[in-house]
Design a protein around this ligand. Structure first.
Ligand code: ZN
Length: 244
């Protein structure tokens, strides 16, 4: 839709840095004892959330390496490899797990800094097999610490995520829904302007449209919590369809 806007990755890199900072701050606020506790994601401890986000950075860095060298380097070789990596991360000492998060994020940032303009346009593949320019992988990264900072259950909510990122997340989700024919229109009460990624867009009226159909209303933060399956909304008992 807006290839030109996505080719220059600098805004997305700033977004990824801000998301990483939010996550890091919420992680730092947890004592080691609390790090051992449950996250807001059913069945996931906080340690698993941290390991998941850390190894996601590694996986996105493999895409950066692929783009830089032209040698295929997939995010993960398989679901099993991905899960066993996270399982090992969960068992690390608290200090090592914290360091893993910091180091993987810094290493990814450095890898991005080493990419040429041509490399940013090189084609890579998401874990789901979608063909994208390397520049689009930056948002795939940013989305992870934005959403999982909330899952960490350490004080962050979607109100801590900038409206532009919330709009982008909602655009991704409504694009998935639209592709499946889900007729849901998200209408933000706190306005919204600018274009979001995926198939959705936030117009001057502040609505994110997947398709004509049921209208779900709330603030951008409330809509994001609901659409990602992380919250309920007053006025509807509808459960958001899956998007991942
Ligand atoms: Zn994730």
């Amino acid at each position: 839709m807006d290839t030109a806007a996505h080719t220059d990755p600098s805004a997305a890199i700033d977004d990824a840095r801000a998301a990483t900072a939010l996550f890091a701050g919420r992680l730092d606020a947890l004592t080691d004892d609390r790090l051992d506790g449950p996250s807001a994601l059913p069945g996931w401890g906080r340690r698993r959330v941290v390991a998941h986000v850390a190894y996601n950075a590694r996986a996105i860095q493999r895409l950066a390496d692929w783009a830089r060298t032209g040698v295929e380097n997939r995010m993960y070789l398989s679901v099993e490899v991905r899960n066993s990596e996270i399982d090992r991360g969960v068992e690390l000492d608290a200090a090592d797990l914290r360091a893993l998060f910091t180091e993987t994020a810094a290493s990814l940032d450095a890898a991005w800094g080493a990419l040429s303009t041509a490399a940013w346009d090189a084609r890579v593949e998401t874990f789901q097999g979608r063909d994208i320019p390397a520049s689009a992988s930056v948002w795939l990264r940013a989305r992870e610490p934005w959403i999982h900072a909330v899952d960490l259950a350490s004080g962050a909510t979607f109100s801590d995520v900038p409206p532009s990122a919330l709009g982008h997340i909602l655009g991704d989700i409504t694009a998935v829904w639209a592709a499946r024919g889900e007729g849901i229109e998200l209408r933000a009460t706190d306005g919204g302007s600018g274009t979001v990624g995926g198939g959705g867009s936030v117009g001057g009226g502040g609505s994110v449209t997947a398709a004509r159909g049921e209208v779900i209303t709330g603030t951008l933060a409330e809509l994001t919590a609901w659409a990602t399956g992380r919250g309920t909304l007053p006025g509807t008992d509808r459960i958001a369809p899956a998007w991942m």
